[in-house]
Design a protein around this ligand. Structure first.
Ligand code: URA
Length: 225
């Protein structure tokens, strides 16, 4: 398994662990090629000046991290202020618990965000930020080639499902459903759900998230596509 521990992209090659027996036959990009492609993308993200976020925050952008052979890619909204990796802190712990319940660890999936720079707490992503930053997510999808995308919360869901005509409406009507979406040239299964941080304001959502993750677990582990 190749696991990239995102943020400090400079040392990503040193941290790659390659289990050759398991995952070298990835078409069309081999695992080492994926590592090189994602490394280049991370460098581009770290130098990004597309919007004004780099002036607003002293924090560096946070690219995705995880298993480059992952079937499952999880897409959050934007990194919080807990450092240089996605899903660190309390939100990350909830996500890890949800993954554990379906027999997965964060090292086995690929975690990323729609927006790569942190945004002030409570502020929504601006349409211009989404427009300028989402191409990085699209590149990550093209490189990793997951089978299942799980957008967490309203903004990642809205962006990803904007690629299809058959999914409209608020999250409460579409979470946990299975959509087939053509995204970045790939046929993907998309299963939207709530953002784990939403459970801080509404604890009942934890049960809803657990139910949605059990569907995700079945899709991932039984390979139902
Ligand atoms: N941390 C992230 O990386 N993304 C989120 O959406 C929330 C916290």
């Amino acid at each position: 398994m190749t696991v990239l521990q995102g943020g400090p992209y400079l040392s990503f090659i040193h941290r790659m662990t390659i289990n050759k027996g398991k995952s070298m036959n990835i078409w069309p990009m081999s695992l080492p090629s994926k590592g090189i492609a994602i490394g280049r993308l991370y460098q581009e993200i770290m130098r990004c000046r597309r919007c004004s976020s780099y002036r607003r925050t002293s924090r560096r952008p946070v690219p995705g991290e995880g298993n480059l052979s992952a079937r499952l890619m999880i897409v959050g909204e934007a990194p919080n202020n807990h450092g240089d990796r996605p899903f660190i802190g309390a939100t990350g712990r909830i996500l890890e618990e949800l993954l554990e319940e379906i027999g997965l660890s964060r090292r086995e999936v690929y975690l990323t965000n729609l927006i790569k720079c942190s945004i002030p707490t409570g502020r929504r992503p601006k349409p211009r930020e989404v427009l300028l930053c989402a191409p990085y997510l699209e590149q990550e999808i093209k490189i990793v080639r997951p089978r299942i995308l799980v957008p967490l919360g309203r903004y990642p869901t809205r962006y990803i499902l904007s690629k299809t005509n058959n999914a409209r409406g608020a999250l409460h009507g579409i979470h946990g459903r299975i959509y087939r979406v053509k995204f970045s040239g790939l046929e993907l299964i998309v299963i939207p759900t709530y953002h784990p941080a939403a459970t801080f304001y509404n604890s009942r959502l934890k049960t809803v998230l657990e139910r949605d993750f059990s569907i995700i677990g079945i899709m991932v582990q039984k390979g139902v596509f």
